[in-house]
Design a protein around this ligand. Structure first.
Ligand SMILES: C[S@@+](CC[C@H](N)C(=O)[O-])C[C@H]1O[C@@H](n2cnc3c(N)ncnc32)[C@H](O)[C@@H]1O
Length: 270
């Protein structure tokens, strides 16, 4: 199986996505969604941004590489009776089922950044966006002191080195890389805007328990724990991540977690 697909079908990302709903909705509220707008949500997971976009009346297609998340998204859409929202499986590197110029808005929040061939991803996002349309990506930033970049940094110290030729998904959080990829796809540099934004992870459990959700359900963290276990270092990894989660928690209510994390919001006018 495609290792990228295997990574995201591992565990159950819906358990983490449940802690991302409020910020996902807030992000969608700032996108200027209008009734009937044709939207692609790429790397959509189980619909954290696709569902609120459809609730605002857009016609939304969610595409994700993980079959279990596509199924979970379709179930959530059916449960809400959202007939203007559909999920299907696809790879952001090669959107074979999607014709040119189909969408007015392509959204990808912490999604397409995880596909392995970033130049192909930029090309595909531009190809399926109608001229005059927009692309909006949310990308984690390498070396940032907030949660996700730090989880990946800590985890990498317990994991084997990546295979030769591997391009870190985190490079999508670097402005120069973003500009290089979209200009290679034919977009003028002055049509690309990047700015920092904040996403808050919220859970009705303590930060330590919230960490166990990542250990047990989030593919990349599950892999780090498997690697740590094979070296007898599970407790060290847990302790480092536990310190991080507790230090970053801003909730003052016991047994609840609220962790803000900085990301790069990229807007491309096509
Ligand atoms: C961190 S999750 C974010 C999901 C969703 N956008 C959200 O905000 O909840 C990353 C998502 O990207 C998807 N993904 C990773 N590589 C992909 C690829 N090559 N093509 C399409 N989706 C991909 C994963 O399956 C996963 O659902």
């Amino acid at each position: 199986m495609n290792p990228n697909q295997a990574l995201w079908e591992k565990g159950d990302f819906t358990r983490i996505a449940a802690s991302m709903r409020t910020s996902g909705e807030a992000l969608v509220d700032r996108l200027g969604i209008t009734n009937g707008l044709e939207v692609l949500d790429l790397g959509c997971g189980d619909g954290t941004t696709a569902l609120p976009t459809a609730r605002l009346g857009a016609i939304v297609l969610g595409v994700d590489i993980a079959r279990n998340l596509v199924d979970a998204g379709n179930k959530r859409a059916a449960d809400e009776g959202l007939e203007n929202l559909r999920f299907q499986q696809g790879d952001a590197c090669e959107l074979t089922d999607l014709v040119d110029d189909r969408f007015e808005l392509v959204v990808s929040v912490f999604g397409a950044m995880f596909a392995p061939r970033p130049f192909d991803v930029a090309k595909e996002m531009v190809r399926v966006t109608r001229p005059g349309g927009r692309i909006m990506m949310g990308n984690w930033i390498p070396g940032d002191p907030t949660l996700v970049a730090q989880i990946l940094k800590i985890s990498s110290a317990y994991s084997p080195p990546p295979p030769e030729g591997f391009v870190s998904p985190m490079t999508w959080g670097l402005v120069d890389d973003v500009v290089e990829r979209f200009t290679a796809a034919g977009i003028p540099e002055n049509s690309i805007a990047c700015e920092p934004d904040t996403f808050v992870f919220e859970a009705p459990v303590s930060p330590t328990e919230y960490l166990t959700w990542f250990r047990d359900y989030y593919g990349p963290t599950m892999n780090a724990f498997e690697a740590a276990e094979s070296n007898g270092r599970t407790d060290d990894l847990f302790a480092e991540l536990d310190a991080l989660f507790n230090a970053q928690n801003t909730s003052r209510t016991p047994n609840t977690t609220a962790i803000p994390a900085t990301f790069l919001r990229v807007t491309v006018n096509v």
